[in-house]
Design a protein around this ligand. Structure first.
Ligand SMILES: Cc1cc2nc3c(=O)[nH]c(=O)nc-3n(C[C@H](O)[C@H](O)[C@H](O)COP(=O)(O)O)c2cc1C
Length: 166
């Protein structure tokens, strides 16, 4: 258990915990998804995620969601299926999906409402590391949406298109 120096023998060995599945994506809120609906999503997710041992972060701003979830693969896969069938958001762009043995990046469930600048920074960073062409195109679309609309709009249909050109 201890090596000759008195340190735990596995102190610098690779993490040997259970496999965690990670799913990171961004999406756009559907028309009609107002603050009250976002509150409902948060409230539901909070209790459901605790029950499923899923943690992560959900960021919402200017009609765009960004979510990072991690947890047992079967639970995360079931959530991914639910998310893809949820009409409250669309243009879902998978930014990362992987399974590995590692400690959680988000040991708790967190939720943040952020402004357009913050959500833009998150998407810009995702765009810089994106490799998949479809994801790159979708991220650019969402960024254009952010650049073209009033910052407080929740509904894509309310987005003003003027000024959206290059
Ligand atoms: C942006 C967004 C994020 C969501 N995040 C979660 C979540 O973290 N956990 C969760 O259980 N449901 C979340 N939901 C709700 C799911 O899409 C789905 O409605 C819920 O899991 C119930 O699915 P079921 O009817 O297939 O069981 C989210 C929905 C949206 C639109």
């Amino acid at each position: 258990m201890f090596d000759e120096f008195g340190f735990p023998a596995d102190a610098d060995a690779a993490y040997a915990g259970p496999v965690l599945e990670t799913f990171v994506y961004c999406s756009r809120a559907a028309e009609g998804v107002d603050d009250a609906e976002v509150d409902r999503i948060i409230e539901f997710s909070q209790s459901r995620n605790v029950a499923r041992d899923i943690t992560g972060v959900l960021v919402f701003g200017s009609g765009v969601f960004f979510q990072w979830v991690e947890g047992p693969p079967a639970q995360v896969e079931s959530l991914i299926a639910s998310l893809h069938g949820d009409p409250r958001h669309y243009d879902i762009v998978t930014l990362d999906r992987s399974a590995e043995e590692r400690a959680r990046l988000y040991p708790n469930w967190e939720m943040e409402r952020v402004g357009a600048d913050d959500i833009r920074a998150v998407l810009q960073e995702a765009l810089e590391s994106a490799e998949n062409e479809n994801n790159i195109a979708a991220l650019k679309r969402i960024l254009e949406h952010l650049d073209s609309g009033p910052v407080d709009t929740l509904h894509p249909s309310a987005t003003k298109r003027e000024g959206a050109g290059r």
